[in-house]
Design a protein around this ligand. Structure first.
Ligand code: XIL
Length: 467
C-alpha cells in the first residue's frame, strides 16, 4: 500500500502547479532585440554561408488570404521569411479533383507568389489520408491504386510543378501511432488504400502503394529535389520514431531512392508544456541518426500551442522555439524550417491557440525575436546554447552572449553548459546607396549602407532604413 508521504508526493506531482510554465532564460534578455522591426533576410544569407547551403526558413501561405492579410504577408516575406509552403493548395483534393485531371492552379499560384518574393518553395503533399478528392477512396481495385492511381497522381503533381521545389512530402502521416501493425503504418479508415464499401478491409495490405509513390517521385522530379516522409511525433527517442527509420530503410530498399534524396519532415505541432515536445537532445540525436544514413531532417510545420498569453507562457514558447531552431541549425543535415501559419489569427489552431510567431495584430512575439536572435547568433559562428526549454534550473543563457550593436565588436561568454562567441556581421559594401525607405544597415545586413535619398536611420539593431 502507498504511504501517505508518497500519496502527497503523487498529489503534488499530479497537480497543475508542477505543470506550470518554467522560468526560462533567453537571448532576447541578453542584448538581442525584443522589440521593433524584425529584418532577417540577410541574416538568413549569413546562416547559409555557415551551413554551406541555402537555409530555408519559412511559413505557410493559403490562397484564401484576404488582400489585407496578403499585404501583411508580403511585408513579412520581404523582411523575415525566405521560404514558403502551400497550406492547402498542393494537397490531393486541390490538385486532382477529377481522376486523371491535373489541376495545379493553386499550387502553382503559391509557388509564383514565393518566387515573386524571392522565396523558395516546398511541396506539401502528394499523398495523405486527409483532404483527398471526393472520388477517393472510391471503387478502385488494389492493383489499379498501386499501378495507376497513386503513381499517376505523384507523377502529374511532381512533374507538373517541375524544378524549384526544394522538397516534396511524398507521403504525409503514414507512420502508425501504435506500432503493433506489421506494416508499421497508419491504419486510417480514410486512406485511399481502404475500400469505400464499409467493410473496413484493407484494400492494399502491404507497402506497395508507398513504393509506387516514391518510385514515381524519383523518376519525375529534378535531381535536386528531396523526398520526405512527413509526420508528427517522429523526432524523439521512441517506438514511433524507430518505425520511421524502419520505413525509410524500406523505401530506400524498395523504391531505390538513395538516402541522400530522402528526408524526414518533423511536423512539430507541439504544446508549451513540459513533456509535450521533443527535448533538444533527442532532436539532436534524431538528426544525427539521419545524418549517419546520409539523409536529411527538416522541421516542417512548427507551431507551439499556448494555454494563455501571459508573458511567462510566451517566453516559454520562445525558449521551445529556440531549442527547435537551434537543433536544426546545429545539425549538419537540416536546411528547411517551416512555421505552420504565419500569424495567430491565420493559424489552423485558431487565434486562441496563440501558436505562431506573430500575434493577431501581426506583431512579432517573443518567439519571433528569439528565433531571429538564434539565427543571428548561429550566423556569427557561435557555439550552440544549452536547452533553454529546460528552464533556468538547467540552462541559463550566458550574460553578454547578445550582440546588440553593429560596431563589429566581439564578445565571448561561457557557462558550465555552453560557451559562446558572438561576432557582429560586417557592414555591407560602401559606395552604393539604398533608395528612400530601403534598408541601409542592421545586424547581418550585407547590402548598401548609404542612401540615395534621405539619411540612414537606426530603427533597431536589425534594421536601419533610409528616411
Ligand atoms: C491543415 C491546414 O492548416 C488546415 O487549413 C486544413 O483545414 C487542414 O490541414 N498536418 C499537416 C497539414 O500535414 O497539412 C495540416 O494542415 C495540419 C496538420
Amino acid at each position: 500500500m502507498r504511504s501517505f508521504a508518497s500519496f502527497v508526493l503523487l498529489a503534488v506531482l499530479a497537480s497543475p502547479v508542477l505543470a506550470q510554465t518554467p522560468t526560462v532564460s533567453l537571448l532576447i534578455d541578453n542584448g538581442f532585440p525584443s522589440s521593433g522591426t524584425l529584418s532577417i533576410r540577410s541574416v538568413l544569407n549569413s546562416v547559409a554561408t555557415r551551413k554551406g547551403q541555402t537555409f530555408h526558413f519559412g511559413s505557410t501561405w493559403d490562397t484564401s488570404y484576404s488582400s489585407a492579410e496578403a499585404s501583411w504577408m508580403t511585408n513579412v516575406y520581404n523582411t523575415f521569411f525566405n521560404h514558403m509552403v502551400a497550406e492547402n493548395g498542393c494537397k490531393w483534393s486541390a490538385t486532382e479533383p477529377t481522376r486523371g485531371v491535373s489541376s495545379l492552379t493553386q499550387c502553382l499560384g503559391v509557388q509564383s507568389y514565393a518566387v515573386a518574393r524571392n522565396a523558395s518553395f516546398r511541396g506539401h503533399n502528394t499523398f495523405w489520408h486527409e483532404q483527398l478528392p471526393s472520388w477517393l477512396p472510391g471503387s478502385v481495385t488494389a492493383s489499379d491504386l498501386v499501378t495507376n492511381v497513386i503513381p499517376q497522381h505523384v507523377q502529374q503533381e511532381i512533374q507538373g510543378m517541375g524544378a524549384g521545389v526544394t522538397s516534396w512530402d511524398v507521403v504525409n502521416e503514414i507512420v502508425g501511432d501504435g506500432v503493433s501493425n506489421g506494416m508499421c503504418v497508419q491504419n486510417k479508415n480514410d486512406w485511399p488504400t481502404k475500400t469505400a464499401d464499409g467493410s473496413g478491409t484493407n484494400l492494399v495490405t502491404d507497402l506497395s502503394f508507398l513504393h509506387a509513390a516514391f518510385t514515381a517521385a524519383l523518376q519525375y522530379a529534378p535531381s535536386t529535389t528531396r523526398f520526405s516522409v512527413n509526420d508528427y511525433n517522429t523526432s524523439g527517442n521512441d517506438a514511433k520514431t524507430a518505425c520511421m527509420f524502419a520505413l525509410l530503410a524500406d523505401i530506400n530498399a524498395n523504391s531505390a531512392v538513395p538516402y541522400n534524396r530522402l528526408a524526414v519532415g518533423f511536423q512539430s505541432h507541439i504544446t508549451a508544456a513540459p513533456g509535450q515536445f521533443t527535448a533538444k537532445s533527442d532532436l539532436a540525436n534524431t538528426f544525427a541518426k539521419l545524418a549517419a544514413l546520409g539523409a536529411t531532417g527538416m522541421i516542417t510545420e512548427m507551431d507551439v500551442k499556448l494555454s494563455d498569453t501571459s508573458s511567462a507562457s510566451e517566453r516559454y514558447q520562445a525558449a521551445i522555439w529556440g531549442d527547435y531552431i537551434d537543433a536544426c541549425l546545429y545539425a549538419s543535415n537540416c536546411f528547411e524550417f517551416i512555421n505552420w501559419d504565419p500569424r495567430d489569427d491565420l493559424s489552423w489552431l485558431g487565434a486562441s491557440g496563440a501558436g505562431t510567431l506573430f500575434d493577431t495584430n501581426g506583431n512579432p512575439k517573443p518567439a519571433a525575436y528569439e528565433v531571429a536572435a538564434r539565427l543571428q547568433r548561429y550566423a556569427s559562428g557561435a557555439t550552440e546554447l544549452c536547452a533553454t526549454a529546460l528552464g533556468t534550473s538547467q540552462c541559463t543563457v550566458p550574460a553578454g552572449s547578445g550582440s546588440s550593436t553593429s560596431t563589429g565588436s566581439t564578445t565571448s561568454a561561457s557557462t558550465s553548459t555552453s560557451s559562446a562567441t558572438t561576432t557582429t556581421t560586417p557592414t555591407g559594401p560602401t559606395g552604393c546607396a539604398s533608395p528612400m525607405w530601403g534598408q541601409c544597415g542592421g545586424i547581418g545586413w550585407a547590402g548598401c549602407t548609404g542612401c540615395s535619398s534621405g539619411t540612414c536611420q537606426v530603427a533597431n539593431a536589425y534594421y536601419s532604413q533610409c528616411l
